[in-house]
Design a protein around this ligand. Structure first.
Ligand code: BGC
Length: 432
């Protein structure tokens, strides 16, 4: 088929485009994970409950994706469904996700599969979760099982979704389970998640090689935030941006492509594998303006603070995040030196007004199109999210979907922005 095909290692593959979800946010009744317990304790404003009931309605949802022409779909497997109790495996979960894969296949949609998207089985949490290095073995045991079972359906695996966002909210801000607020804990988790990725990367490749199976591409989904100094003339602000950008945006990719991890406190580590990314999975949403501060309680030794306040005249999403498509252009250019294709695993907006979503999709896809024209290798674009869903501590208020969900009836309604996404991605694919 003529048109845009992704250079480098994805040469044989056409552009992957569509949308993304995660198990706990859409499935409903994930009663065996730590988020569910957290919600029952009343730690957040709303409980996920039945969510979008995607667990039972996935066939209907995939038919809808097909009607929109998507070529790919990103979703996550829920570890706590496979292994609700330690080392007790639930066959019903294996059957369920088997049907999910078959349904995607029947609809001609390429799965992009996340193994860990913010949730853990309760028993794993009780064993110390990601704070203990030896617990990585539990994660790998689950990875082995699901990759052995579903490898025949999958070319694209995402090991861990947004490790740094996860550890920030769960181990530093204490707003997500397990609700810990400790730098020491956060650093441990930082390192254990990095190792978990490397170990899972190697395991997945080994399993595919043993079966001489089709090529497989493994990455993680790295949240990337555009950062600007609040005052460009302030050296303190610029130093803060530099260090925060390094820690939050680049450090994982640098470590996973070089095999060498250097982090503050003068610790150095060599990872057991030098190159453990086949592409760069990126989640991009927003711009942060950074002002250096002597207040405690933020990243990088108490010197960072977000600015400016809500009164500044920039466009924001429903949760107050600044809309900044130029950030996507600049990040795509900054990723060039890694010499790996980029898969945009998430990019999206929560908005009450779908026209704002249309503008967001147009401006961000324009950024992708220009980057491709400038020679950046972009393997695909997955909008967050297919449908409105459970936005973690914010509950069901923020509306990210190109498909609207009526939470009373659970009916789905395609929003106009969904058609804009289709039109623009098709145009992009048709480009020479
Ligand atoms: C996460 C999603 C979340 C989205 C919007 C990403 O950080 O991967 O789970 O819903 O952002 O906040």
């Amino acid at each position: 088929m003529p048109g845009y095909s992704v250079p480098d290692r994805f040469m044989h593959h056409t552009f992957l485009w569509g949308s993304a979800t995660s198990s706990h946010q859409v499935e409903g009744n994930n009663v065996h994970n730590d988020w569910w317990s957290w919600e029952q304790k009343g730690a957040v404003i709303e409980k996920s409950g039945i969510a979008c009931d995607h667990y039972r309605r996935f066939n209907e949802d995939f038919a809808l994706i097909r009607s929109l022409g998507h070529t790919a779909h990103r979703f996550s497997l829920e570890w706590s469904r496979f292994e609700p109790k330690e080392n007790q495996w639930d066959e019903r979960a294996f059957d369920h996700y088997g049907e999910v894969f078959q349904s995607l296949k029947k609809n001609g949609i390429e799965p992009v599969v996340t193994l860990h998207h913010f949730t853990n089985p309760v028993w794993f949490h009780e064993r110390g979760g990601w704070l203990k290095a030896e617990n990585n073995a539990y994660f790998l045991r689950y990875v082995r099982r699901v990759v052995e079972t579903y490898g025949k359906y999958v070319k694209f695996w995402i090991t861990i979704n947004e490790p740094i966002v996860y550890l920030y909210y769960s181990y530093l801000a204490g707003e997500w389970p397990p609700g810990i607020k400790s730098y020491r804990a956060a650093w441990k988790v930082f390192y254990h998640l990095l190792l978990a990725h490397v170990q899972a990367y190697r395991l997945i490749h080994d399993l595919y090689e043993q079966k001489s199976a089709k090529p497989v591409y493994v990455s993680l989904a790295k949240h990337w935030t555009e950062m600007r100094p609040d005052n460009p003339n302030s050296i303190a602000d610029r130093v803060t941006v530099f260090s925060r950008d390094w820690l939050f945006n680049r450090l994982y990719f640098d470590a996973l492509t070089s095999g060498f991890l250097f982090y503050p406190g003068l610790f150095c580590e060599y990872l057991p594998l030098r190159q453990s990314l086949d592409f760069l999975g990126i989640n991009y949403y927003t711009l942060q303006r950074i002002r250096s501060s002597s207040k405690t309680g933020e990243w990088m030794g108490a010197m960072v603070e977000h600015a400016p306040g809500a009164d500044s005249p920039v466009e924001r999403n429903q949760m107050g995040w600044v809309i900044h498509p130029e950030g996507l252009s600049s990040l795509l250019k900054r990723l060039r030196p890694y010499h790996l294709p980029v898969l945009i695993c998430e990019n999206g907006i929560c908005a009450e007004n779908d026209e704002q979503r249309v503008r967001y999709i147009q401006s961000h896809l324009q950024a992708v199109t220009s980057a491709i024209a400038d020679g950046v290798s972009v393997a695909g674009y997955l909008y967050w999210s297919l449908m409105d869903n459970f936005e973690w501590a914010h509950g069901f208020g923020p509306r990210f979907g190109i498909v609207e969900v009526d939470y009373k009836t659970l009916q789905r309604k395609i929003r106009p922005s969904a058609y804009v996404l289709t039109e623009l991605c098709r145009k992009l694919m048709a480009q020479p």
